[in-house]
Ligand binder design. Structure first.
Ligand code: 173
Length: 317
């Protein structure tokens, strides 16, 4: 009786209805001046406009708010509700996070072949989080250098990495240093590193083209950036808010074809900026790609005896 009365009042009173609105706090593991983040902020603006009275996102900021490699932990513990990050930045939550880079099937295919459900089983169990959407894909990683190489051998070179590149670059004898994106420019400027691993796009956002002479082709793996939600928070949302969050996240993911043309254009921009492309002969190139894949999966299965092989079934082709 009391509840019915309250509901009737809520329907009549705009103030009470508005009090149902939930606000989710979001942090980005990528620097705010990066295009990824600008694109996400645009998504948030639309999200908030259409989600009035249901759910709103309060974008707190980037690594100045929470350091890149701490964002995952903060999401797991519920310090924040939403995160914008890539798996390599939260391997301190679970090693499986970095396995997503090995995806050869698309996010759309993974929603159909059981991959998405498996990811969410693992992310829920191990990270207390839900993977809402993959919003960067179709994007290879490359080696960028300040010095020329003529074979896939990084002996004597100090290369900036994240977990994405570790085993592959190690197999080429690199000396490695892990840093967040925010520290790469200074490391290049000071000559602390001779190169770095990074996707085909988004160097310009951080001005790295100023300090980059070469890119090694072809690229390898598939960059993944996701929108994630704390699982307790997600489960506790009013159903209308949860459905809205799911729907808007899926809509963001469904725009991923965007990256195909964006990346082509980024290659042109790099050439215009004077970045030279290093390539190898056909046999070396084939071996290079095979090596990337082999060491990637070997490490994946070793780091997650529980889920590595299951992930391979849905991610690899
Ligand atoms: O190089 C990186 O910082 C990294 O791991 C990454 C992953 C996905 C997208 C962009 C960068």
């Amino acid at each position: 009786m009391k509840k019915t009365l309250l509901l009737a009042l809520a329907a009549l009173s705009p103030t009470l209805a508005l009090s149902q609105e939930v606000t989710l706090r979001m942090v980005s593991a990528f620097p705010e001046n990066q295009f990824y983040v600008k694109r996400t902020i645009e998504w948030i603006e639309k999200f908030n406009k259409e989600g009035k009275g249901v759910v709103q996102i309060n974008f707190i900021g980037g690594p100045k708010a929470i350091p890149t490699f701490e964002v995952g932990k903060s999401l797991q513990s519920g310090v924040i509700d939403l995160a914008f990050s890539t798996g390599a930045y939260y391997t301190n939550v679970m090693p499986e996070a970095d396995i997503l880079k090995l995806s050869e099937t698309s996010a759309a295919e993974q929603r159909k072949n059981g991959g998405y459900d498996l990811i969410n089983k693992i992310w829920g169990e191990k990270g207390n989080m839900r993977y809402l959407a993959k919003v960067v894909e179709f994007t290879p990683f490359h080696i960028y250098l300040t010095k020329k190489i003529d074979k896939p051998d990084l002996t004597g070179l100090k290369i900036r990495i994240t977990p994405v590149y570790r085993e592959f670059f190690q197999s080429m004898n690199a000396q490695m240093m892990t840093t967040a994106p925010g520290e790469v420019y200074t490391a290049l400027e000071r000559g602390v590193i001779d190169g770095y691993g990074w996707p085909i796009h988004a160097l310009f956002d951080l001005n790295w083209q100023e300090k980059t002479k070469y890119r090694v082709d072809p690229g390898f793996y598939n960059a993944e950036v996701g929108v994630l939600v704390n699982l307790d928070k997600y489960k506790g949302l009013p159903s209308k808010a949860r459905e809205y969050l799911d729907r808007q996240s899926l809509a963001y993911e469904q725009q991923n074809d965007f990256w195909k043309s964006y990346n082509e254009n980024e290659k042109k921009r790099q050439a215009e900026a004077g970045i030279q492309v290093i390539t190898f002969d056909a046999a070396t190139t084939k071996a290079y790609l095979q090596k990337a894949k082999d060491v990637g999966w070997e490490h994946a299965i070793q780091s997650s005896p529980q889920y590595g092989a299951q992930l391979k079934k849905v991610l690899a082709k």
